[in-house]
Design a protein around this ligand. Sequence first.
Ligand SMILES: Cc1cc2nc3c(=O)[nH]c(=O)nc-3n(C[C@H](O)[C@H](O)[C@H](O)COP(=O)(O)O)c2cc1C
Length: 378
Amino acid sequence: MMGQMLENPCYDVNLTYEENYRRGPFGRFAEILKRHDSRYSSDDEEHNGEARKVRVEQSSFMGFAVNKPFGIPAGPLLNSHFTDAAFRLGFDMCTYKTVRSRAWACNPFPNVLAIHPKTSTGFITAGSPEIKEGLLADTRYQEPLSISNSFGVPSQDPDVWQPDMQHAMQHAGFGQLLIPSFQGSRITGMSTAEYVQDHVIAAKLIMETGAKLVEMNTSCPNEGPGSLLCDNPDLVGEICEAVKDQIGDVPFMIKLAYIPDDSTLQHMLDVTVGRGSVQGIVAINTISARLVDSRGNQALPGVGRERSGVCGHAILQSGLDMVSRLDGIRKRSEYNFSIIGVGGVANADDYRNYRSRGADAVQAATAAIWNPNLAASL
Ligand SMILES: Cc1cc2nc3c(=O)[nH]c(=O)nc-3n(C[C@H](O)[C@H](O)[C@H](O)COP(=O)(O)O)c2cc1C
C-alpha cells in the first residue's frame, strides 16, 4: 500500500549532483544552517533543541563517545554543509560521502529514481526475480520509500575535499562522530599493485585531515558492471593490509554489499578482521537491480546503466539478515569487531531491530534524505 508523497529532501533529486554539491543542502537541513551562526555544542540549548534537549544518554562506538549510535552513512552528506546540518539535527554518526585519490565525474543526470517493488512487503532480496526482470522506477517518491542511486561515486579533487573534510570533522559536536569514507579508483590499464596502491594513497590523504577512524567502500562496481570489489575477498584482504600499514592504529572499517553465501562472508572476515587489519564492518550497501520504466524500457539513460543500486525500504530485510549473520560469526569466533547496520532504516522500530540483531550502531541514508526529524524521533 502506497503512503503519502514525500517532499523537501536535503538532496534535491531534480538537480544535478554538482548543483547539490554547490547549493545544498535543501529543506530543513538548509533551514537549520541558516538559523544558527554558532556551532552545535553540548551546552547549547538552542541547537540541541532541534534534536534532544538534554543529552544524558552516552554510548560508545569503537572507543568514541557518541550520544546515540545513529546517523547517516556514506552518500547523502556531500560536503561539510551537509554534515554540519546533519549534526545539528541530531544525527550523531555522520559519514562524509566517499572520496577518492583524484577527482572523479558523476554519472549523467538523473541519478536518483523512486522504486516500486511488486512484492506485498515491498522488500527485495539478492535472489528476487524482479532484480533480473526489472523493477519499476519513476519519480513518485512515496512511503514506504525505496530508491535507486546511480552516481558512480563522484569525488572532488583532494585539494578540495581535504580541507572540507577537516572542517566537517572539527564541527562535529559533543558526542558526535564524523566518519571519513574512501574507495580506490580502477583506471583502465592499471595493474593490481597500482590499484592496491591507489587505496593506500586515498587513505593517506584522509589521515592528513586528522581522521580518528577510517571507512573504506568495497561495495563499488570497480571491477566492471555488476562486479564489486567485495566479490573478491582475497583482493579486499590484500588492500586492507596495505591500508592498515598506512593508517597504523587508527580503527579501520570496511563497507560491504550484501553477501548471500555464509562461507564467502566467513572468508571475508578471515582475510580482514582475522588478519588484524579491520576493526569494523559497515553493511549493507545497495542491491543491484535492473530498472525499467512503465513501458518496460531501461529507466536510466545511457550505456551500462541497465542496472543500478537499490536502497531504502526494499533492502531492510537483507540488511537485517546480513547483520544477524555478521553477529553470528562474531559470537562463534574469537573475532572482535564492530558492526554498523545499514539498509532500509526509516523509524525507531527499524533502529531497535538492527540493534537487537547485533548492530553496535545504525545509519539511514534514504529515509534521512527525506526525513530530517529521523534522528530526533528515535
Ligand atoms: C544518494 C546516495 C548516495 C550514496 N553514495 C554512497 C557512497 O558514496 N559510498 C558508499 O559507501 N555508499 C553510498 N551509498 C549507499 C548508502 O551508504 C547505504 O549503504 C545504502 O543507501 C543503504 O542504506 P539506506 O537503505 O538507508 O539508503 C549511497 C546512498 C545514497 C542514497
